[in-house]
Unconditional design. Sequence first.
Length: 309
Amino acid sequence: MTRHFLRDDDLSQAEQTEILNLAIELKKDRFAVRPLAGPQTVAVIFDKSSTRTRVSFAVGIADLGGSPLIISTANSQLGGKETAADTARVLERQVAAIVWRTFAQSGLEEMAAGTTVPVINGLSDEFHPCQLLADLLTIREHRGELAGRTVTFVGDGACNMAQSYLLAGTVAGMHVRIASPAGYAPDPQVVDDARAAALLTGGSVTLFTDPIAAVSEADVVVTDTWVSMGKEEEKALRLDELRDYRVDAALLAHAQPDALFLHCLPADRGYEVTAEVIDGPQSVIWDEAENRLHAQKALLVWLLARTSA
């Protein structure tokens, strides 16, 4: 059976923990496990520009003994003359896994349904599950056990990071709070799915419009850019409607005194977060950025083992 990672709740709590445990071990010894030695090739496809996803997957695949094949859809047939399913059937005969950073989640689902090699969501408009593995790894490193912790996402609750926090956080048994204006609430189906996961793990989901109430006593505070790729024409409107959701020192002061601040980057300093916070002592963004490498390596090792079993 082929395992894919298209959204955060594709993993159970036990599976998520297993991957995070492996990531911790791989961070201690980057070259301890090399399932791609040969080298085998992993296709890494980009519909969108990227820094952290591109670098972390390319380096991670090489660390695992493999060869990353970076593909831009601007220079391929995918999405043009060829469907995602047909592309997947071509690639599966030559690569060990496929990573795709794209727009619609439906494209990833189509690709996964048409191939026998693991497909990994490198980012979609709906979810950013690889980033969440890195975020959870970072929280574990700094605060230990995830279950029972309270994490608050502040800003655009409908963005892929907020929705992935809902799923990954509840799978981990965390209490996930989303603070956003009413018009920026997460997809109700994602909220329902997160609440279903929380019933199994002891986590919870709470939606707020008041950022102060949402941040109160939180262990972790997270935000993301207010103007994601594809939303540039809405910039002026978004800056106006989200201005009360900026994470500054005054807002962060309502969280636990040792609360962590996370941001997946790139950050629009002065908009969703002030320089005082992102560069401050509670910020762990550089650990978070590095942990993309270790978490994704662990994910690849885990998926390859289960697909070949």
